[in-house]
Design a protein around this ligand. Sequence first.
Ligand SMILES: [Mg+2]
Length: 259
Amino acid sequence: MTHSRAAAFLFGRSAPARLADFVDPATLFAFDLDGTLAPIVSDPALIRIPDAVQRALAELAGRAPVAIITGRSRSDALAHLAGAPRYVIGNHGAEGLPGWTERENGFVRTAQGWQQQLDILLPQEEQTGIVIENKGPTLSIHYRHAVNIPAAQGLIQHAVRRLLPPPRRVSGKFVENLLPAGAPDKGVALELLMREEKLTKGFFVGDDETDEDIFRLCRKNIFTVRVGQKKTSGADYYLRGQYEMARLLRLINRVLKRS
Ligand SMILES: [Mg+2]
């Protein structure tokens, strides 16, 4: 979809009709996990996809190709999904893409090198509440539980600037994600999966900064929805909150049932 105006509410006046015109069984339906399929909770280990979303997602997966594209590792994401959709792409796009195994191994080695450097560059986690999560091809530095959030951010930024090779840094909610140069982001991943499936249309819902890599593609053939309204987002449409996700999935299922 083009992006020449502010995002519109997906359940507003004409948006459901536009969605119905756009989607068909030859569309790749892709979703972020945290904050999109599942509500955000303070401990990320405890997220849970609501039953209504699981059911509607399973129904959709029976009608069209579905991909989950998440910042979590693939194995972590799979543990939260009732049935495995066709694709589960982890690490913001850097894990699980068809044909990328060799390059993925290189990303894992890069991330291991960063972790070794960070063990020296950052003080003990119990002193600052900073937690480094090694997710294979990428690292996430969490500071949600830091006693002094601005101080933790400063420490992390200082350390990350000294890492070799320099990572691509993507900031999230109380987290800095470090991605190897050349690693596919969510936008690259979605377009690659569409090519893999020989599909010309994509549909994506997400809520976070890394999802902007898809929203800002601004392709006419990709329908984008952000969970939560945000002025600077590149998404075409927005939902008021994660609680509207089941309603959106049911609407898509109704449209596909007709076509
Ligand atoms: Mg998210």
